[in-house]
Structures are given as structure tokens and as C-alpha cells.
Design a protein around this ligand. Structure first.
Ligand SMILES: [Cu+2]
Length: 91
């Protein structure tokens, strides 16, 4: 069954990070990034898989629907120390 998963960018206390940093999803699921921080962030694929949410302002959300199984590391273009990983299984 196709699902929908949320990754939150919480209000930063000490370090900005994606929560959860690593998430298991399936091909066809919708992954949503919700920015609850007070500064903009992006969710941007690294490596062979390229997607970019664009700048998510506070309160904005962005989404990505993976079409191929595998690992999809991503980062925030504005804060390169922010790292996330989607582990994408077959449907
Ligand atoms: Cu960021």
C-alpha cells in the first residue's frame, strides 16, 4: 500500500537536523519534509538521485516520490552538515 511519510525539520536547539535522519519507505510512497524551524532549509538529493525541494521557508513543506528502489542520501543545500537518508524498498 502506498503511504505517506513525514520528515520534520524541528525548531533547532543545538544542531539542525532531519527527523528522522534515516527513513525506510517504498517505491511510490510520498515523503514530505515539513519545516518547523525559523530559517529556510532544503531537501536535496546527493549523488545519482537528484531532486531538490527548493527553499522551504518556515511552515513550508516539500515532497518527493521515489520511483526506484535503493538508497537515497540527501542534504540541505543551505546547511551541508545536515544529512538524511531514504532507504527505498520495492513496493
Ligand atoms: Cu538547512
Amino acid at each position: 500500500m502506498i503511504g505517506r511519510f513525514a520528515i520534520v525539520l524541528p525548531l533547532a536547539a543545538l544542531a539542525v537536523a532531519f527527523h528522522p535522519a534515516s527513513l525506510n519507505v517504498s517505491v511510490g510512497d510520498t515523503v514530505v519534509w515539513i519545516n518547523r524551524d525559523i530559517v529556510p532549509h532544503t531537501a536535496t538529493g546527493r549523488g545519482r538521485r537528484t531532486w531538490d525541494s527548493g527553499q522551504l521557508q518556515p511552515g513550508d513543506s516539500g515532497r518527493y516520490v521515489p520511483r526506484r528502489a535503493g538508497r537515497a542520501p540527501y542534504t540541505c543545500r543551505l546547511h551541508p552538515t545536515m544529512k538524511g537518508l531514504l532507504i527505498i524498498g520495492r513496493e
